[in-house]
Design a binder for this molecule. Sequence first.
Ligand code: IVH
Length: 682
Amino acid sequence: MSEIAAKKRIAFLTREIKAADAFYYQEDAPVMTDAAYDALRKELIALESEFPHLASKDSPTQTVGAKPSGKFGKIKHKVAMLSLDNAFTDEDVSDFVARVKRFLSMDETAKMSFTAEPKIDGLSAALRYEKGRLIRGATRGDGKVGEDVTKNLSTLATIPKTLKGEGWPDVLEVRGEVYIDHADFETMNAAQVEAGKEAYKNPRNAAAGSLRQIDPNITAQRPLKFFAYTWGEISAPISDTQMGAVERFAAWGFEVNDQMKRHDSAEQMIAHYHEIEEKRAGLGYDIDGVVYKVNDLSLQARLGFVSRAPRWAIAHKFPAEKAITKLEAIDVQVGRTGALTPVARLTPITVGGVVVSNATLHNEDEIQRLGVKPGDTVEIQRAGDVIPQVLRVVEDGGGKLTLLPHHCPICGAPAVRDVDKKTGRIDVVRRCTNGLSCPAQAIEGLKHFVSRRAFDIDGLGAKQVELFYQKGWVKEPADIFTLDFEQISKLEGFGETSAKNLKSAIEERKEIDFARALYALGIRHVGQGNSDLISKHFLSWGKMQTALIAAKDHMGEEWADLISIDGMGEAAGGSLVDFFNVEQNAKVIEKLLNHISVIDAQAPSSDSPVSGKTVVFTGKLEKFSRDEAKAKAQSLGAKVSGSVSAKTDILVAGPGAGSKLKKATELGIQTYTEDEWLDLIH
Ligand code: IVH
C-alpha cells in the first residue's frame, strides 16, 4: 500500500474504532460485533507497524486496552439470577404480605418478619468464592447465563479477594449490586469531559460501561463499588434468616447496606419505605425503591418462585419522575402483533437524568381520554426502564384532535378494533389485519425472533433484519437459515469476515432451547415466563404441538391440561392454541423446524417418586395451602391438573372431597390423604 493510501486508511480506521469505542464504553451499547471490531483493530495495528511514523500518539491502539480479548466468556449460573416483581402502592405491599401468608397457610394476623432495604440502581453481579478465595465473577446476563468479568470485578476495593473472618462454606456465591456513588460520578464525568470524551448519562450507565471494559486496567480506574445482598450456590447453609446471612457477608468483608431493617408487619415496612424515600436524595447513590424479603429462610424455600421472580420478595418502586414539555407530533407505529400505537414526539427534555423525546400514548382511547393534540404542552412521566407516558395536557396548543387511521400506515390494509365474540366488548387496540403480509408486522416479528432473549444471533440485529427483509432475503424465520453469505459479504458495511461470523453465529443457533424457540415466535401473552412454564410442562416441542392442535376448540382434556399450568393464565393458553391452529403459522413453524432442532426441556426433578405423574388435589388441605401443594408437586416434576380423568395418576383428597374422589375411585386411581402424600414426597 502506498503511504498516501495508508495514511487515509489509518485515519478511517482510527475514526471508526474511536466511534465504536465511544458507544461501547460510554453508552454500553456496542454498534458492531466483537469480530468486526477486532478486524478493524488488527488492520490498524498492522498498518501502524508497517508505517510507524504515521501512527499517532492518541491512536486507539495506544489508549484502549493493549490486548482486547474482544469478548467476555460466558458463565452459566448454577442458581438462576432472578428478577423481582414490583409493588407501586402501599396496598400492593399489604397484598404481598397477605399473599405470602395465604400461600403458607398462615393466619392473616400471624406475626411474620420481613427485611426491607434500598433497591440499588446499578447492575447485579455474582461472585464465586471457593475455600474463601474469589475465583469467578459474572454479570447477570439473561439470568441464566452471564458474562465472565472476573478480572474486572477483582479490581473493586469493596470486593474481597479473600474472605475475612471464618465460617464460610467451601463454595459461596455472593450476589449484589455494582454501582457508582454520586460524588464519584460527578468527578469521573468531569474528567471524561476534560479529556474530550462524552459524559455518561447517569451513574447506572457509567457503572455498566465501566464494568464491561475489555481492559480491566480501565475498570480499575473507575470508582465502582459493590453492595452484597443475596447469594447463589452455597455448599452449606449460611444462616436461618435473610438478616443473618447479610450480617455474615459483612463479617466476611463485604459492604452491606446500612438502611436494611427487619419488620413484623406491612405497616412497619411501608413506614420504612417512606423514611427511605425521604432520605433518598441524601443517600449519595441512586436507588429506585425498597426491596422486601421474607426473613425466615425456611419459609423462603417453601415459597419458592414463579417463573422469573421469587414469591418471597418484592420491589416497592418509587413513584415515577415527571416533567413538562411540548408534544410536537403524534406518529403511528405498527408492532409485531399489528397493533397501531400512537407515539408522542416530544421536545426533548431530561427526566430523572435521561433525555426523553418520545412517549407512548398507548391507544386511541387514551388520546381521547387525555384530549391530547399536537402542539399541546403536556406532563410526562418516566419510571425506571418503562417507556415514558403522557399524563395530562397542561396547556392547549389549539391543534386538531386526531385519532388513529383506519388503514395501516405501512401496508394500507384495513386496521380495525376487534369485537370479543363472547363479551361483545370492543378491543382498545386497533390492529392491522394483514398479518405477516404487512411489512411492519413481518419485520417486527423477525426482530423479535433474533432478539437477545430469543434466538440471540450475534451480528443479526434490527438493522440487518430490516435490510435483509427489504432485499427480499428474509421474509420469515426459516429464511435466516438459508441466507446466502457470499451475497452478504458483498454488501456495504459487511465484508467477508462479518459474513463468515454471521454464518457461524446462525449455525450455532440451529440447536435451540424449547423455551427460547417458543418465545421467539412472538405469540401474544407468551413471553419469556410463560414460554418457560410451557416448555417445562410439555418437555418436548412435538408433544406441545400435538396438544395445542387437539385443544383447538378451547375444550376437552388437552385444554384443561394446558390452563392448569401453574402461573399461566387463560389468555396465554387461548392465544397459544389459536396461534398453532392458524394454517399460515403452522406452515411458518414447519419450515423453521426443517432447519433447526429444538432441545427438549428438562423435567424439574426426575428422581422424585412423583416425577412425570399427573396429580389432582381435592377437598380441604390442612397443612398446606392449595397453591403451595401445587407448587411443591410441580417442583418435583409432577403435573397438577384440576380435573380427574383416565390420565390422572394420583388423587390427594382432604376432608370434604366429593365428586372428584368418587370419580377417581371408580377409575381405580391411587388416592392419598394429605399425610400419605407428604410421606410419599419426603
Ligand atoms: S434481591 C431473588 N436486593 O434488582 C431476588 N435485588 O429487579 C434477587 N437489586 O436483578 C434480588 N437492589 O439487580 C435484591 N437490595 C436488593 C437489590 C436488588 C437492587 C436489583 C438486582 C435485581 C433487580 C431485580
